[in-house]
Design a protein around this ligand. Structure first.
Ligand code: PLP
Length: 630
């Protein structure tokens, strides 16, 4: 488990069992664990093929519970005379089953939703029926958006329309006049505190959303004139996703606390302070302010929110607000694992070619270099220089062979031998490198260049787009064979015809490395890899590059008797689905094929039997997944 750091990033949900398989521990404790490989075998028997997204609803519920527990504890510890009430930002994972699950599990806390667009508002309206739960209406708005929110309030829901752009104020006034009813109103402030991390541009003067202080004052004036100030209940800010440094949050909370108090002084009733999302995930397990980690725990976060707002409001002698978070990533990351199978591998040809009499000089030189490398005895660190020298020689002889080939002096067979022998030298050198010493740069690069490419049955553009778009690292590791030492170093290439379609950034205790220790792959053996912590933002941001569609997905719930239930199966896109998405009609496609096969039959190039076979293949293929079948 040290090798892949699973204990550091897994939060107790994932461990390695005595069989060398990953076990799932649905509530973060090892005493009720379930073998992932056994589960996968049974899912495969249900014809659920890879790549497969498994969503563990118990983990989702547990993360939600932990968030509430942390705030309950902080509220108790600091004797905060107010409460906490969370909402889930739908954009983080809009999948119906995910949103429904969260609302069902969260009903005991009146857990609500945050919508950032009109379609998300519709999801919230249909799923969120609890009259006490909050529906935070963020994002760009038009009059229809606001009118819908006003009418939803009359339906008995609690939508709070957050003014995010100065223009929203006039839209709210207009809609309220038109309907003779008003919405609950919030206002998003552009804080001046500095943020850090990947999404730090979400705050500050130049941020896309929120009102500057002069704009807030103007908005208050207009709401007052329109008799709507009484509905201003909420102050909102959002520091950007994945806050990596707790110091940033503290500054922002102090600033927001002061603004909140000022709004009350200006006559707004207020009552809610919404600290947005941003609660981070420790992807790399380092617990530092690195780009893929956080230097705080969930409890630190809750404590800081509660303590800072309490201090601020008490010193101003104003009632303590209900605290709202819009955490998405922190709730939805851990519960899903993307499992993909390896289809093949590609490593450099380093077997030693047979010798014959008429070999060219470069090939003979390379053979001698290989013998020399094998004879070297490495006793001390300074002996590394001998390996370096031998490698320099190999590169020189290989370059000689290539030059000779370009000029037509040697044939393809000789060139192939030169390449094989060069890589045989490299492999022998790497095998001789002493472990646990600092290697010179060139020799380090050499061991990397011998890495194996594992071909993965997935599209990173579809299933892990952030790895491509923003260099996000997710924990990735084999999910079985973990009692055997992985002797290879490799990376993954996906199915797309795009050299960006790869996974080659892996976590290494706070650092990023380009190669992952992996096991030997044999074509007739199953080798399954898991991409962890990808439950937030990935699927929906994924695209159809090369027309790889959604993967199969299942929702699993573990039962009291140690068994499990497949709660939902969401079949991945078929080829027909993705073709239709781009206006290709599968029927027309088949008809065109049929017509051209008739012509070929008439021309005598194709037998009727073969034409039929072709049509049947295509028909079946249209109904099947876009991924490869192993
Ligand atoms: N609220 C708002 C306004 C956001 O823009 C976001 C995402 O950036 C979130 C909440 C969710 O953030 P996170 O998933 O980091 O908790």
């Amino acid at each position: 488990s040290e090798l892949y750091g699973i204990d550091r990033w897994g939060k107790g949900y994932f461990t390695i069992n005595e069989k060398g398989n990953i076990s799932i521990c649905p509530n973060g404790s090892n005493n009720k664990s379930h073998d992932l490989m056994e589960l996968l075998d049974e899912l495969e028997s249900r014809k659920l093929k890879f790549p497969l997204l498994i969503r563990f609803d118990d983990i989702l519920e547990d993360c939600l519970k932990n968030l509430h527990k942390a705030f309950e504890k902080a509220i108790n510890d600091y004797q905060y005379q107010g409460k906490y009430q969370g909402v889930f930002p739908i954009k983080c994972n809009q999948q119906r089953h995910v949103v429904e699950e969260l609302i069902t599990c969260g009903s005991k806390w009146n857990f609500g939703l945050e919508a950032g667009s009109k379609p998300e508002l519709l999801i919230a309206l249909s799923i969120l029926e609890d009259p006490k739960a909050l529906l935070i209406c963020n994002g760009y708005k038009d009059q229809r958006y606001i009118e819908t929110a006003i009418l939803a309030r009359q339906l008995g829901r609690q939508p709070i329309v957050v003014i995010e752009q100065a223009n929203d104020v006039e839209l709210i006034i207009k809609s309220s006049n038109l309907l003779g009813a008003s919405p609950l109103i919030g206002i998003r402030a552009k804080l001046s505190s500095q943020s850090s991390g990947r999404w730090s541009s979400s705050i500050g003067d130049k941020s896309k959303f929120g009102l500057s202080i002069p704009e807030i004052l103007k908005a208050i004036k207009r709401l007052k004139e329109a008799n709507l100030l009484n509905e201003l209940k909420l102050l909102h800010f959002h520091l950007g996703s994945q806050i990596n440094d707790i110091g940033v949050l503290k500054d922002a909370l102090q600033e927001a606390g002061q603004i909140y108090a000022e709004l009350i002084n200006l006559g707004a009733p207020m009552g809610y302070l919404d600290v947005g999302g941003g609660l981070g995930i420790d992807y790399d397990g380092s617990q530092t302010a690195s780009i893929a980690s956080t230097n705080y725990s969930l409890q630190n976060y809750a404590n800081d929110v509660v303590a800072t707002i309490k201090e601020c409001c008490e010193s101003k002698k104003i009632p303590l607000p209900t605290l709202i978070t819009e955490s998405g990533r922190a709730i939805a990351s851990h519960f899903s694992i993307l499992i993909f199978n390896i289809l093949g591998k590609n490593s450099l040809p380093s077997d030693i070619p047979k010798e014959n009499e008429k070999e060219c000089l470069s090939v003979r030189n390379l053979r001698e270099t290989l013998v020399h490398i094998n004879s070297l005895e490495l006793k001390q660190e300074k002996d590394l220089a001998k390996l370096q020298e031998a490698w320099n020689d190999s590169l020189k002889f290989k370059a000689d062979a290539l030059a000779a080939f370009r000029l037509g002096y040697i044939d393809l067979v000789e060139r192939a031998k030169a390449e094989q022998l060069t890589w045989a030298c490299a492999k022998t050198i790497v095998n001789q490198l002493p472990k646990n010493i600092l290697l010179p740069k060139e020799l380090k690069k050499l061991s990397e260049s011998l890495a194996v490419t594992y071909y993965a049955n997935l599209s990173v553009f579809r299933s892990a787009p952030d790895t491509w778009a923003i260099d996000q690292v997710f924990p990735i590791m084999p999910i079985h064979r973990l009692s055997k030492e992985p002797k290879k170093l490799g990376h993954f290439a996906d199915l797309t015809c795009d050299s960006d379609g790869k996974l080659d950034q892996f976590i290494d205790n706070g650092k990023i490395k380009n190669l992952l220790p992996l096991h030997e792959f044999n074509q007739n053996e199953k080798y399954l890899i898991g991409l962890f912590l990808g439950g937030a933002y990935q699927e929906v941001m994924g695209n159809l590059h090369n027309l790889f569609g959604s993967t199969n997905a299942v929702h699993i719930r573990f039962t009291e008797n140690g068994n499990y239930k497949v709660e939902h199966v969401i079949r991945g896109n078929t080829k027909s689905n993705v073709l239709e998405y781009l206006e290709h009609d599968p029927e027309i496609l088949l008809e065109r094929l049929r017509k051209s096969s008739e012509l070929a039959i008439q021309g005598g190039h194709l037998k009727i039997h073969d034409a039929q076979k072709l049509i049947e293949h295509v028909e079946a293929s249209l109904r099947q997944s876009t991924y490869l079948q192993s």
